[in-house]
Design a protein around this ligand. Structure first.
Ligand SMILES: Nc1ncnc2c1ncn2[C@@H]1O[C@H](COP(=O)(O)OP(=O)(O)OP(=O)(O)O)[C@@H](O)[C@H]1O
Ligand SMILES: [Mg+2]
Length: 252
């Protein structure tokens, strides 16, 4: 018997997606379906299109052709529907981008108040629950500059979660962090993954890719070159591009 559509339908669906920046063909016929609850790590050399791919999923970047749907709904082009989509697809970047003049708890409570019209008390209570979850509740009344990079990045994750997203996109979330802070952010991401969040993660953290992902997508020159389970990708890369990439990243 077939599953109900709502369960079998992929959470993210990219079909024949192409994108150029001027002459540069940055995404080449991308086909990617991410089932609900799957964690996909995107790997590839610098300039291969990883960030652009992520950014198309919440339409920070428009595409030239093809189609993208989130939870079965094609990405809206603009307007209120686009704002709704953005709140359903959380994104965390290398730079934390917290509001410098707002406290940590207000940083997390702000969007639910503005976009979801939640009352201040309710939004702050929910924000505190999320800060607890990412381990920084004791910093709630401080300002971003008073926190470490790892703490700020965890607040940024909490801020995205405050909108109850269906999907979380991470673009090198630990690349700007000192080594001792990387693990605390990866731990939060791993726990999100265990809770069943659908995630697309661009990272150079191969340990996370091996342990926490269900699937590795390897990109080169704007195309998906390999798409495999992590153990298969790391133990038995097929393409020369992936072998070369792994040789460099694992030996450095
Ligand atoms: N706004 C833009 N305008 C023009 N070209 C761009 C723009 N953004 C990215 N590019 C180019 O598109 C290509 C893909 O960039 P992208 O940032 O997606 O790569 P990446 O795989 O994320 O690289 P990195 O590992 O360095 O972050 C690169 O050649 C880049 O120079
Ligand atoms: Mg990038």
């Amino acid at each position: 018997m077939s599953e109900p559509a709502s369960i079998s339908q992929p959470m993210i669906s990219m079909q024949h997606v192409d994108k150029h920046f001027g002459e540069l063909h940055v995404l080449k016929d991308i086909n990617l379906e991410v089932p609900r609850g799957q964690v996909v790590v995107v790997l590839g050399p610098s300039g291969s299109g990883k960030s652009t791919l992520c950014r198309t999923i919440n339409r920070l970047e428009p595409i030239d052709s093809g189609s993208i749907a989130v939870d079965g709904v094609p990405l809206p082009a603009e307007g209120r529907k686009l704002a709704e989509l953005r709140s359903e697809v959380g994104m965390v970047f290398q730079s934390f981008n917290l509001f410098a003049h707002k406290t940590i708890v207000d940083n997390v409570a702000l969007a639910p108040m503005k976009v979801r019209k939640l009352g201040r008390a309710e939004a702050r209570t929910h924000a505190m629950t999320l800060l607890e979850r990412v381990g920084v509740a004791n910093q709630a009344e401080k300002y971003p500059a008073q926190l470490s990079g790892g703490q700020q990045q965890r607040v940024a994750i909490a801020r995205s979660l405050a909108m109850n997203p269906k999907v979380m996109l991470f673009d090198e979330p630990t690349s700007a962090l000192d080594p001792e802070m990387i693990n605390e952010v990866l731990a939060v991401m791993s726990s999100l993954a265990s809770d069943g969040m659908t995630m697309v993660v661009v990272t150079h953290e191969m340990g996370f890719a091996r342990r926490a992902s269900h699937r590795v997508v390897f990109m080169a020159d704007g195309a998906i070159v390999e798409d495999a389970a992590p153990e298969e990708f790391f133990n038995n890369p097929r393409s020369d591009r992936a072998k070369d990439f792994l040789g460099k990243i694992l030996n450095h």
